[in-house]
Design a protein around this ligand. Sequence first.
Ligand SMILES: *Cc1c(COP(=O)(O)O)cnc(C)c1O
Length: 370
Amino acid sequence: MSSIKETTLEINLAHLTHNFKYLKSKVADHVKILAVVKASGYGSDAVAIAKHLEKIGADYFAVAYVSEGIVLRQSGVTTPILVLHPQPVNFPKLIDYQLEPSLYSFKTLKQFIKITSLLNEKHYPIHIKFNTGLNRIGFGENDVDLVMEQVNNTDAVRIVSLLSHLAASEDHDERDFTIGQINSFKKITEEMSSKLGYNPIVHQSNTSGILNYPEAHFNMVRTGIGLYGYGNEAKYDHELKPVASLKSVISQIHRLEPGESLGYNRAFKATDFTKTATIPIGHADGISRQYGNKKGFVTINNKRAYILGNVCMDMIMVDITHIECKEGDKVIIFDANSNAAKIAEYSGTISYELLTAISPRVKRTIIDEN
Ligand SMILES: *Cc1c(COP(=O)(O)O)cnc(C)c1O
């Protein structure tokens, strides 16, 4: 057990190993695992997460932007890194750091071929993204011939994978739509593979796709939220364990008489005697204002303490009228028992948003029980 002395995000690597193995057990042996470590590893610590996953056998990494890939390379990560949404202005840097672009339009494909040709690159690995219904980024179903025309004209690049992204794999009510996306991608990738004359890596599943759609595993799956151990809001059964726990300590305790108010704008007014605890975490740390006014809660000595009044930039105040506690006592914002997905749902958001909002100002501690 660690002793918490300030607001801390604990990152449990044993839980990460558990989740990786669990997800791996859900796919066939030949299916590669791509670990999504964008947005600082979903708000945790991308470098610590990637280094650990590299050790336990992740086949690929993905980040959203080139800058995120550079951080991993500079820390010594050597596994291939797919950049899901590179901006053409960063292509030279992407190449410098041996990152691999997902190309999603003729403009990005042509620009990448042009720059790799100028650099005399041979068979630089690229990934072609197809849109099958999310309608966010990607080539269309009818673009296969034009994509082939571009890549057949050069040996500067080589297509190592074909990818698409599911729009609603967590939603059982959208089953027909998702099956449609899978079938459409199957058709595209068969056509592409036969025209290429080899079988590139094919991947479409995110975490809920892994758990809900075995027919969409192809020969690689991408997982983000599953590795970090959340999925309640994704409506599937799982045995995932939360990697990140957010903890803090009580700074001070106040006693309010009826009529007294608490915090900015006097948003809370005591009608009865109320005991409150002030905790050093606020909206600048990622606890958004929507958790204020009794929507969000923390756990102190195994009891729920609701946030009273408005969330401040650096602090929250919680109701401890019925909780025995003192200055310096541990406060749990979320952990394995008080799940981030559930807390996020209470305040009308999802665990992805809660986790990725935890700001760099919050201390990160790696717990490696091995
Ligand atoms: C973020 C992202 C993922 C990971 O999704 P999870 O639901 O977190 O598993 C996979 N693929 C793409 C294209 C993404 O942007």
